[in-house]
Design a protein around this ligand. Sequence first.
Ligand SMILES: [Zn+2]
Length: 241
Amino acid sequence: MSDPENHFIGTLEGEEARLLRGLVRRVTVNVDQIVVDQGAPVREVYFPIDAQFANLVRYPDGSAIETAVIGNEGLTGLAPFMGDRACAWEIVCRAGGEAYVASAAALRTLAADRPRLMVRLLSLTDLYQSQAAIAAACNALHSAPERIARWILTASDLSPNETLFFRQEELARLIGARRSTVSEAASQLKRRKVIAYGRGVIRITDRAGLEASACACYGMLKPRLNAVHGLEMAGNVGSQT
Ligand SMILES: [Zn+2]
């Protein structure tokens, strides 16, 4: 297997690739490292290689919920960075690893001059916006095991690794449920033998089974991710599978 790479940077071509690579440096990020505070401007953007980030909305009473996962398909903080606005959520590393980091201002300037780069950034913005919209609907409508199955599948699609690092408190945050609910839902998926779960590590053991355990949200989002990954025609976007 070749070394993991950030898909966005790895698939840029020509002058855009050369110019973008000139803006980034490779760094190691640690779990729980906050790269953008809620309400702060986005000064740097991260392109995950094998790290993953989460968008987290925090409330004054201490509660928090994750609205999107960012993996090696793209980059963090995209919509606020493009508008040069304060970020309405916190961006935190959910799985440690390697990433490229670039100055948001430098990337914004480059994208303004490079329409092909801008089109790619807008396509990712659409993916993350869709993820957040579907997460909101999903949390209101679907059961805890369905929601957990969906998050595990999505995080797996955005990761080059076979196993996923998830802590119970994060799973609870992902789906806006109590830890006891999450614990029961995760055990249910384990009993169905669709995931193996222990010591904070999840491995998908039966992908088709896990997809069958997830709600329709996963199938609704998947074509958009495939379009970003260039696996399918974007014409399928929005359809359920
Ligand atoms: Zn759902």
